[in-house]
Write a protein that binds this ligand. Structure first.
Ligand code: PLP
Length: 411
């Protein structure tokens, strides 16, 4: 940072201010984490310079023998971590991974069955404002109104009626375990590809805190920057049979040269996730999310679907009489970062919402446990209900952060 401070103080100050922001507040965004200093080191390396179109040993550029080692390590470690037959570590993001998976297995106009966005699905699962909704004929399933759980009977009925070419499971804001075996059964019944988008939960899968989708899905897409705690990026796992199709879809169909510094950082993250400490971390993430959801419930804030099996909880604020948008603002003023989120069958528009989403990957990385989660829940509840006490809450947030800092002081 010393060099950057001298050469480009404006950008240096952005980096320093962002570190201050992370250290000065509680991060409850479910899709974020604090990548390790080793991951950051790989990202900030000369590997960013290298063009490496193609795959290890089969590149369209010279001079790839060194970066090949990074990509092979990333692939080998991911295969070991997830027991996958084939892994592609080049997708630049989760959205790119999904685009490539569709490109490998679908034609424009094909029918795809996927979870509705307002019920927890992702934009790339068929939203009209995304390529997926524009290029495919999307049939959406949702959660039941009474249980707020995926309605597997509805999924099966829709599959039988619409005969989709692909069924997508996996979500952005669904707190409960997904029954991959049930999805596999339905996909087999109608002869559809099964794609699991485990962008959110792949880290929990890696740590054994949630069941793996790999034995069930034909294709598993994921991100590396959420609970997995790696660099911003994506990846795809698939059966050996689909390996060539997936690889050709990633490059040259969807992407050009891979980001080799990110690929190296993915290898570092997979290596970290292979350590026994990561399994402890993954279980703690889930325990913390459960404690946080229970403690918010005790504050009169209802967890959707009755709680969580994962790293996130979706909280219905209607009993408190505060919208998701207002809660997000009030928490921000008190030093707590979280996002508003639609709840199933939400009466409010997507920009307002009746809910918030809270996640525990960051706070768990900082070493917080159940006691701290109870304190965090109390702080969130106070921030939402009593915005006039924001300054007082901020003091308590800082006290918590002093004991559990984001990043060591020497970073
Ligand atoms: N798929 C799911 C289920 C997600 O939740 C996300 C991001 O939140 C993505 C895909 C897209 O990932 P990215 O933001 O890296 O494109």
């Amino acid at each position: 940072i010393g060099l950057l401070l001298r050469q480009d103080p404006e950008i240096a100050s952005v980096l320093l201010d962002e570190l201050d922001r992370l250290r000065g507040g509680i991060q409850l965004i479910a899709s974020e984490n604090l990548a390790s200093p080793a991951v950051l080191a790989a990202l900030g390396s000369t590997l960013t310079n290298k063009y490496a179109e193609g795959y290890p040993g089969r590149r369209y550029y010279g001079g790839c023998e060194v970066v090949d080692r990074a990509e092979k390590l990333a692939i080998d470690r991911a295969r070991q971590l997830f027991g996958a037959e084939h892994v592609n570590v080049q997708p630049h993001s989760g959205a790119s991974a999904n685009l490539a998976a569709y490109a490998a297995l679908l034609q424009p106009g094909d029918t795809v069955l996927a979870m509705a966005l307002p019920h927890g699905g992702h934009l790339t699962h068929g939203s009209k404002v995304n390529f997926s909704g524009r290029w495919f004929d999307i049939v959406a399933y949702g959660v039941r109104r009474d249980t707020e759980l995926i309605d597997y009977d509805e999924v099966r009925e829709l599959a039988l009626r619409h005969q989709p070419k692909m069924i997508i499971c996996g979500a952005t804001a669904y707190p409960r375990e997904i029954d991959f075996a049930a999805f596999r059964g339905i996909a087999d019944e109608v002869g559809a590809w099964l794609m699991a988008d485990v962008a959110h939960t792949v880290g929990l899968m890696a740590g054994g805190a949630l069941p793996s989708a790999v034995p069930y899905a034909d294709v598993v897409t994921f991100t590396t920057h959420k609970a997995l705690r790696g660099p911003r990026g994506g990846g795809i796992m698939c059966t050996a049979e689909l390996a060539t199709k997936i690889d050709r879809a990633v490059f040259p169909f969807v992407q050009g040269g891979p980001l080799m510094h990110a690929v190296a950082a993915k290898a570092v993250a997979f290596g970290e996730a292979l350590q026994p400490e990561f399994a402890v971390y993954a279980r703690q993430v889930v325990d913390n999310a459960r404690t946080l959801a229970d403690a918010l419930a005790a504050e009169g804030m209802r967890p959707v679907a009755g709680g969580t099996d994962s790293h996130l909880a979706l909280i219905d604020l209607r009993d408190v009489g505060v919208t998701g948008a207002l809660a997000e603002q009030r928490c921000a003023a008190a030093g707590i970062t979280l996002n508003r989120n639609a709840i199933p069958y939400d009466p409010e528009p997507a920009t307002v919402t009746s809910g918030i989403r809270v996640g525990t990957p960051c706070v768990t990385t900082q070493g917080m446990g159940p006691e701290e989660m109870k304190e965090v829940a109390a702080l969130v509840a106070q921030a939402v209900r009593s915005p006039e006490t924001a300054d007082e809450i901020r003091e308590r947030v800082l006290a918590l952060m002093a004991v559990h800092p984001a990043y060591p002081s020497e970073l």
